[in-house]
Design a protein around this ligand. Structure first.
Ligand code: F6R
Length: 246
């Protein structure tokens, strides 16, 4: 716990800028680094900031490799709600990253276990993740690792909980259209990253943030495992920090 570094900002935009500083430090230190990426609302200010810095010429993605945490099962890469499309629209299409240097699990793979194994292998071949970005779900999920009886180790297929499906339904026409399964890096994949940066914003995340970092390490709160990682930085806004112990 003592090694978790906390940064509390006033706004989500400031959290995005702080996270961008960490990305910039990582990319400057190792231009061919491997970065684990997340989708969702939380990283949007960060992605906007990375795009701005790339446009300003201060941040070069030409050698950076990225591996996304997760993807819905059954959605094609160009589906409006696929995480591949989210990444293209919110980051990749606007920076000088090489398309072949970005990987997202294949939601349409016919052989899911083989695809998961090759995803893990690709990350290993790249030398492992240097910096992993995370958000947190209201139930403590990271990636699509939902609360369960044990921490899943590797990239795997997972049935989504009703809580996650309804949290994500805001992006779909109706709840019925939200896929019922996804592919996600495992907790072991995430924990193998050399550095982890978690961004948490909004009052609705205050309770789970406190539980994850100040409660017991249990698979029913998947993010609680981060207490055991040697290099975690949490960047949260004041609203999300409101339930943290003083
Ligand atoms: C998505 C991911 C998820 C989100 C989480 C929070 O790639 O990894 O674990 O980080 O569901 O989502 P938002 O940011 O939309 O609140």
């Amino acid at each position: 716990m003592l090694h978790v570094k906390w940064n509390i900002t006033q706004t989500p935009e400031e959290a995005g800028r702080l996270a961008a500083d960490l990305f910039e430090a990582q990319i400057h230190a190792k231009p061919a680094c491997v970065i684990g990426l997340a989708t969702g609302s939380t990283p949007l200010p960060l992605y906007r900031e990375l795009i701005a810095r790339n446009a300003a010429g201060t941040l070069d993605f030409s050698r950076v490799r990225t591996a996304n945490l997760d993807e819905y099962q059954g959605l094609a890469p160009d589906h409006p709600q696929s995480y591949r499309r989210f990444m293209q629209e919110n980051l990749f299409d606007h920076i000088n990253i090489r398309p072949e240097n970005t990987i997202v699990p294949d939601g349409l793979a016919a052989d899911i276990p083989a695809m998961c194994a090759s995803y893990e292998r690709q990350i290993e071949d790249w030398g492992g993740v240097d910096l992993q970005l995370l958000g947190i779900g209201h139930d403590g999920h990271i990636g699509f690792n939902e609360p369960c009886g044990e921490f899943p180790v590797h990239t795997h297929r997972i049935e989504l909980t009703e809580m996650t499906r309804s949290a994500n339904k805001r992006f779909f026409a109706s709840l019925d259209e939200v896929p019922s399964a996804a592919i996600s890096m495992g907790i072991g994949t995430v924990m193998a990253a050399r550095k982890i940066v978690m961004i948490v914003t909004g009052a609705d995340k205050a309770e789970i943030l406190a539980e994850a970092f100040f409660g017991p390490v249990v698979p029913s709160v998947p993010a609680s495992i981060l207490q055991l990682h040697p290099d975690v930085t949490v960047i949260c806004d004041a609203a999300a920090a409101s339930r943290l112990p003083r």
